[in-house]
Design a protein around this ligand. Structure first.
Ligand SMILES: [Zn+2]
Length: 556
């Protein structure tokens, strides 16, 4: 009896062991077939779409933009395939795969296809609403004393004017777009929520984060951590800013209002310190400095620069970006370089994105030859971009001499700290406002906005103001649920910087330190997207993403 039972039991174990293995094998084979079919469609269309977009940004012609739009639509269409999605869903729900590469590919592709399953008529309606709003922004001009002026002119008034009345008029003028677009934005927010709910999310904010591999609770936790780490120090700095402006505008500190902070949103550091970095770069070649620097740390950027479009041209996109054309070594950056500190920062920044892409691991499958997340590549770019105004880096690169480096060291540090803290408090407003707006678009949004501004930026609401000032920030309408990534990129830049300068090389300017390049290649670039972003960060720095090192660098 006993024996028989034992035999049966062991047979059962063997049977279930075999059936388990075969199920695993079966699902892994199905996934491999799925990937092969996906890659045969996606690789050529991805490349075509990246190239078309590159050409459109270089030439600026309608013809090239039309081609680019069609190519990106063709690429996006892959993810609308319902049959492919149900195959992927079956594989996912079987939970039978063990191969970590296949599992990770499945996770990323599943999110891509899930986002593509929305009814095309709903998407078309969303695009129509977005286009309409984007035209409203494009056609709007601020009217000040009966004269129409551009956003750049408003910013210039806010920076240079010293009369409170003039500042207030310009600021209030810039807010008159709010009532024009607010109702349309609320409609769009509700429409986006409908789309998200159709594929099983509670609202669009949650969907956006989750489909990009972020858990909203985890992001909120990091924002809370950063809030408590920066609150006191920011309040102190804000006191310094207020004293400076009270003197400049000859008003009492209690009478300072949002128009007194030199920016429509108080998102950039006001100019209360006086280091002029531009003068140091006036006779420099930023491209040459950047290539010398990167090559010196063992990250060869010559193949990237050779394919790039670096200088101003008629019709060309006036900003800057980096793009990975084929995930196989064709990496380029578009810039409009001039000899000043802004473009020094920018070319270091864009080449940071560039090396992240260029040094991917070619043995990984196509889907994983990508950054762990968009904010992790932003972090690398920010870490290198910050060097442009780092006196130690400028000294090591021969831009300034030791005496000058010493002279500007204190003010440079203060200026960078101010820039980081002011931006971080503003990013708190954006993240929390958007999250709450998508959770309940019917609440009093005007009040929600000012509650956030007063709490995080410590800016006083003008008496009795009840206007949709939130609607004047174009990102709320047209680049939704993305702003937090800028801040996460800043935090991670500091975490990488701290890890490298503690464990890889004590040389804080990185100049000539090949070990820095080797570390980044091995721990950040080559892993690509094979791990979830927080797993990659933990493997590379020994800790999950934390606000600690940002605070260590910028908070005292
Ligand atoms: Zn960037």
């Amino acid at each position: 009896m006993k024996l028989i039972v034992k035999v049966i039991a062991s047979t059962m174990i063997i049977t279930s062991f075999w059936s388990c293995t075969s199920k695993q094998e079966k699902m892994e084979n199905r996934m491999k077939a799925f990937v092969a079919s996906y890659e045969s469609k996606a690789i050529p269309l991805y490349r075509e779409s990246a190239l078309a977009s590159w050409n459109a940004n270089v030439t600026g012609t309608n013809e090239d933009f039309a081609k680019s739009e069609k190519a990106s639509f063709d690429f996006a269409k892959i993810f609308a395939d319902r049959k492919a999605f149900s195959e992927l869903k079956e594989i996912k729900e079987s939970n039978a795969m063990k191969d970590p590469i296949l599992v990770r590919e499945m996770e990323i592709l599943y999110n891509g296809y899930l986002g593509g399953q929305v009814d095309t008529t709903l998407i078309a309606e969303q695009i129509r609403m977005e286009t309409e709003i984007s035209k409203m922004y494009a056609n709007f001009r601020v009217s000040v004393n009966g004269k129409q002026i551009s956003d750049n002119e408003v910013e210039s008034i806010l920076k240079n004017e010293t009369g409170s009345k003039e500042l207030q008029t310009a600021w209030e003028g810039s807010k008159t777009i709010g009532p024009v677009v607010a109702a349309n934005i609320i409609k769009l927010v509700k429409h986006r929520n409908t789309i998200a709910q159709k594929i099983g999310f509670s609202n669009y904010h949650e969907m956006s984060l989750k489909l990009s591999g972020q858990d909203p609770a985890e992001v909120t936790k990091i924002f809370d951590e950063l809030d408590s780490l920066t609150r006191n120090n920011f309040a102190e700095l804000k006191g310094e800013i207020d004293s400076y402006f009270a003197k400049r505008y000859k008003v009492a500190i209690a009478d300072l209002r949002p128009w007194h902070y030199q920016n429509r949103y108080f998102q950039e550091a006001p100019q209360i310190y006086k280091v002029d970095f531009d003068k140091y770069y006036a006779k420099q070649d930023p491209v040459k400095l950047a290539s010398t620097f990167y090559n010196g740390i063992g990250l060869n950027v010559d193949p990237i620069l050779a394919k790039s479009d670096l200088y101003e041209k008629p019709g060309k996109n006036q900003h800057a970006f980096s793009t990975d054309i084929d995930r196989s070594g064709d990496v380029r950056t578009l810039d409009n370089i001039r000899p000043d500190s802004y473009w020094m920062n920018t070319i270091l920044h864009e080449l940071g994105h560039g090396v992240y892409s260029y040094y991917n691991d070619k043995s990984l499958p196509f889907t994983l030859r990508d950054a762990a997340h968009t904010f992790t590549t932003e972090a690398i770019a920010n870490m290198f971009g910050r060097l442009a105004t780092d006196p130690q880096w400028m000294l090591s690169m021969g831009v300034i001499d030791a005496k000058e480096s010493e002279t500007i060291s204190e003010e440079s540090r203060k200026a960078l700290r101010l820039q980081m803290l002011v931006f971080s408090r503003w990013a708190q407003v954006m993240y929390r406002f958007e999250k709450s707006m998508y959770e309940n678009p019917d609440q009093n949004l005007n009040q929600l906005w000012w509650t956030m501004v007063e709490k995080y930026q410590l800016v006083t609401k003008p008496e009795g103001r009840d206007m949709p000032d939130w609607a004047t920030k174009i990102h709320v309408a047209l680049y939704p649920c993305y702003y937090h990534n800028y801040l996460l990129g800043d935090l991670l830049a500091s975490q990488f910087y701290n890890y490298i300068t503690t464990n890889v090389s004590k040389n804080q300017s990185f100049v000539g330190e090949k070990a820095v390049g080797t570390y980044l290649k091995e721990k950040v670039f080559m892993p690509g997207a094979r791990y979830d972003w927080n797993v990659m960060i933990e493997k590379a720095t020994g800790e999950k993403l934390t606000a600690k090192y940002y605070a260590k660098q910028f908070v005292e």
